[in-house]
Ligand binder design. Sequence first.
Ligand code: AKG
Length: 280
Amino acid sequence: MADLSAACLQHGLTEEERQEFNETGLIYVRNALSPEQVERGVELTERIHKAKVAEGHDPRTALFYPNFIPDDSFFTNLVDYEKVLPKVWGILGWNIFLYHAHLIVTPPNGEEPNDRTFSWHQDSGRVNVEMESHPRPRLSLKVAYFLSDTNEPGRGNFWVVPRSHVRDTIDRPESGIGQPEGATPVLARPGDAVFFDRRLWHTASPNWSDITRRVLFYGYGYRWLRTKDDMTVEGLWDSSSPIRRQLLGWSVNANGRFSPTDEDVPLRMWLKEHSPAEAE
Ligand SMILES: O=C(O)CCC(=O)C(=O)O
């Protein structure tokens, strides 16, 4: 399988995007997926949702399904997607891999809207307790590909507090009613990709609409991190290009995750040839 085409560099992180991401903790890439890609994504997430319901998943609750990358080449192809990956390495650099992926299908919950406080969090669990630094280190980011229309609030939107990624805590209403100051729903249309810093305070929200919400989350982090879900993607290594294989967690040996040789990081070798300033 061929590696990336140099044409992907036209999708590199712009200075405005870098500034936006550094300052607010998120950026929007509108229409990252074509209508055909969205259609395929919807078809696959519908199929997966149906299968999970047949296995016993409660159809009224959100389906959180990690480790979906091996399920279909559509998902695998997004791992090194040309319109997105250059922005990921533009933020994190080249010593990266896909440490976590999950898809979420949020059906209408059939309830009246209310103002109960959502489940606000930063990503990475104990990392936020056990790493003694302020602000907390970035370490990883997620790219959320929206497959359904959440361009209006109330549709199970992803919510964020912009600029909160440098804060270790946020004040949640003690009454359990209302959202933290500055909280806002992310308004995204089908095909939009939203990048967010793992430290950004964020949450899912209930779907009070009649449109099922569908989002694919791709988490990229440094190669010395552990995977956060089973990520049983080794079976894809042989059929992957060298860069995709790196992103799918391949490494010469364990030390290569900390002190990579050229062989460990084909992305860096590719950047040396096509965009040397980014290979540093
Ligand atoms: O489903 C959502 O909108 C939020 C997902 C989330 O909290 C996460 O990826 O950490």
